[in-house]
Design a protein around this ligand. Structure first.
Ligand SMILES: Cc1cc2nc3c(=O)[nH]c(=O)nc-3n(C[C@H](O)[C@H](O)[C@H](O)COP(=O)(O)OP(=O)(O)OC[C@H]3O[C@@H](n4cnc5c(N)ncnc54)[C@H](O)[C@@H]3O)c2cc1C
Length: 629
């Protein structure tokens, strides 16, 4: 039996990163991978999707796009990353791992090249186990589905074929990206989404602008439409919707959600009982809650309920640091959620409906915690079912993750943070079937979406007390949009009214992830809105739109927030510790005046907003040492 300090189950983004870092720290590491070293992202998900989207934006032919995709995915040959791992000192074992007892994993070795039968099994002993087995697609229960030609997203992103007629089932990020890809290259695409809007977990305006863009690309979109039956036909397939509509196509692509890949892992050997579809419950240190030893058990990546490559990578760093003896905690307050369509969608932190739902769950958790405490139940019992539909790549629908009632406070907080992207859209929006391939003016869409979003804010705030204050800006007002002749963009910023820092943001526009990076930093570092409103953006950039929204939030540029506060009776933002640059300047001016009158000798005190900002940041950011353990 091989004995290792660390055994990593799953060699995707998370597993490869943990293994490399831990080996670098001098520990003996084995990485067990059943498929491709590198996992989904470089071969079957992010990389091919973004490659095809870029080719579409450059008006390449389908053949050229396929050739480029094959090139960037290395023809699905993982020998180079495997070599890199070995060079880093990692023992790479190709096979399927299963936990047989605390401290022991058994690997069924992959068959040798050219052989059909699976290889023998080998046992591995570990001191630390890292579970990084990712997630897998979920097919919805539709009658006849197994009998028709259907693709998973991975198959849709690897195919050399361009179907003449394609149905994409699911309007989350993956479904939207694949719709844009195939529609751009000339397929007749019909997108069917059961919820009332695309990107159900994000504010409605994002999905509405995106729907308009996809329709302009030629896609037909059915919203609030449930697929009930699929049938093979002589020239392809027919999908029936609940309202009786029938859609003919050559191929169906399933983008209907994913669930953590935990089946057959032998988690019961660690005393863990996981509800199917639920993620591994983890602490803020990414340690699996409730796993029995000997040996510590960690988890990173989609298996924990995160749904993107950067979060997997981040958790992997946290795990590696903790295995190496540090005390590091993951902070989920500012993990970006992206859709790389054109226009793209970027979201980070909390959004109004989600913040309200999150609060409800926090209250429920607190109540349940009290009940559990009264009943004397085990505080570390694993998770129970959650609900809702997500908007991240990994959880297009219904693969949401629940919280374990009665878990330790830190665990509850972790799970709530993870759930941020997955709470369902606000109830109350009526499903509507939209069959016309209408485009509509982008500005009209933006305005309508904006009005609805503002209404949702007010409802959420009214129901749950003052929390998030929303400011909105249109990218169409920037010179960059004027130059590019596009008005397809809008952003919303959400400030926590009590603390005066940004809590979340959503932007729709060209390459939004690149110019919204500063918002991610602002949320993570808790930089005050007052300071952010004083940041200068290069001209001409889309980032200038941030200034409009930030000034409005800081109370220096618009009347909307003032009106909102009057209505709520809360007064200007500065009374809520949201100091404005003007406020800082006035304060400093007063200091100067006092100095001038009180001091015998006159001193020069510059009216320096930057200094005040620095002092403010020191106060407001309030990092304690724990943040960087
Ligand atoms: C269509 C699509 C597009 C996406 N686009 C983006 C994007 O643009 N940006 C972004 O950030 N994210 C994107 N994602 C999400 C991203 O791909 C995942 O979040 C990321 O790949 C997760 O990494 P991971 O290491 O957790 O899992 P994976 O990469 O899935 O790795 C898990 C590995 O574990 C292996 N494994 C499973 N069970 C066992 C076992 N028992 N023994 C041994 N090995 C096992 C699997 O073979 C797999 O290789 C996209 C996802 C999809 C579906």
């Amino acid at each position: 039996m091989g004995a290792f300090d660390v055994v990593v189950l799953g060699g995707g983004t998370a597993g490869v990163h943990v293994a490399t870092e831990v080996a670098d720290g001098g520990q003996a590491v084995a990485l067990v991978e059943a498929g491709l070293i590198g996992g989904e992202s470089p071969y079957l998900a992010c990389v091919p999707s973004n490659s095809l989207l870029l080719s579409a934006a450059r008006d390449q032919t389908w053949e050229d796009a396929v050739a480029r995709r094959t090139e960037v995915t290395g023809g699905l040959d993982d020998s180079a990353p495997a070599r890199r791992l070995r060079r880093a000192g990692v023992t790479v074992i190709r096979g399927t791992g299963r936990i047989t007892a605390p401290g022991t994993v058994e690997v069924r070795l992959a068959p040798d090249a050219g052989q059909a039968a699976a290889g023998p099994t080998v046992p591995l002993a570990y001191s630390d186990l890292v579970i990084a087995t990712g997630c897998e697609p979920v097919a919805p229960p539709i009658e006849g589905l197994p009998d028709i030609p259907a693709w998973t997203t991975a198959e849709g992103l690897c195919s050399p074929d361009l179907p003449r007629r394609l149905i994409v089932l699911g309007g989350g990020p993956a479904g939207c990206e694949l719709t844009q890809i195939y529609a751009s290259f000339g397929s007749q695409v019909t997108l069917v989404e059961a919820e009332a809007a695309l990107l159900p977990g994000e504010p409605a305006f994002a999905g509405e602008i995106l729907a308009a863009a996809l329709r302009r690309a030629g896609a037909e979109i059915y919203l609030g439409s449930r697929a009930t039956k699929a049938e093979r036909t002589p020239d392809g397939l027919t999908l029936a919707l609940a309202d009786g509509t029938r859609i003919d196509a050559d191929r169906l692509l399933l983008a209907t959600g994913r669930r953590p890949r935990l089946g057959g892992l032998g988690l019961d050997a660690l005393g863990l009982e996981i509800t199917p579809g639920m993620p591994l419950p983890t602490t803020t240190r990414c340690e699996v809650a409730g796993a029995s030893g000997p040996g510590r058990v960690w988890a990173a990546g989609d298996v924990t309920g995160t749904t993107n490559t950067h979060a997997s990578h981040y958790q992997a760093s946290v795990v590696a640091a903790n295995i190496g003896g540090q005390q590091r905690e993951a902070d989920y307050s500012a993990i970006p959620r992206c859709v790389f369509t054109m226009p793209s969608v970027f979201a980070v932190g909390v959004v109004p409906g989600i913040a309200a739902a999150d609060q409800d769950e926090a209250e429920e958790d607190a109540e349940a915690g009290e009940e559990d405490a009264e009943a004397g139940r085990d505080a570390a019992s694993p998770a129970v079912a959650g609900h809702g539909s997500g908007s991240d790549h990994g959880s297009d629908h219904g693969s949401d993750h629940g919280s374990g009632h009665g878990a330790a406070a830190a665990d509850d907080r972790t799970r709530r943070m993870l759930r941020i992207a997955r709470v369902p859209a606000e109830a109350g929006t009526q499903p509507q079937a939209q069959t016309a391939a209408e485009t509509g003016a982008a500005a009209a869409v933006t305005a309508a979406a904006a009005a609805r979003s503002a209404e949702a804010d007010r409802n959420a705030a009214a129901a749950h007390g003052p929390r998030l204050i929303t400011a909105r800006a249109s990218l169409g007002d920037t010179t960059r949009a004027h130059l590019g002749q596009d008005d397809l963009g809008c952003l919303e910023l959400y400030a926590d009214a009590e603390t005066g820092v940004l809590a979340g943001a959503v932007a729709v526009g060209p390459d939004a992830a690149s110019w919204m990076g500063e918002v991610t930093l602002a949320i993570r570092a808790k930089i005050s809105v007052a300071v952010l409103a004083d940041v200068v953006h290069a001209f001409p950039t889309y980032g200038e739109a941030l200034e409009t929204a930030l000034r409005e939030l800081a109370g220096t540029g618009g009347s909307k927030i003032f009106a909102y506060q009057q209505e709520k009776g809360t007064g200007p933002l500065s009374e809520l510790d949201m100091e404005t640059p003007e406020g800082d300047a006035i304060e400093q001016h007063q200091d100067v005046v006092e100095d001038e009158t009180g001091a015998a000798a006159r001193r020069e005190v510059p009216l320096d907003v930057n200094e005040a900002d620095a002092a403010e940041q020191e106060r407001a950011v309030g990092f304690d040492d724990d943040d960087y353990r």
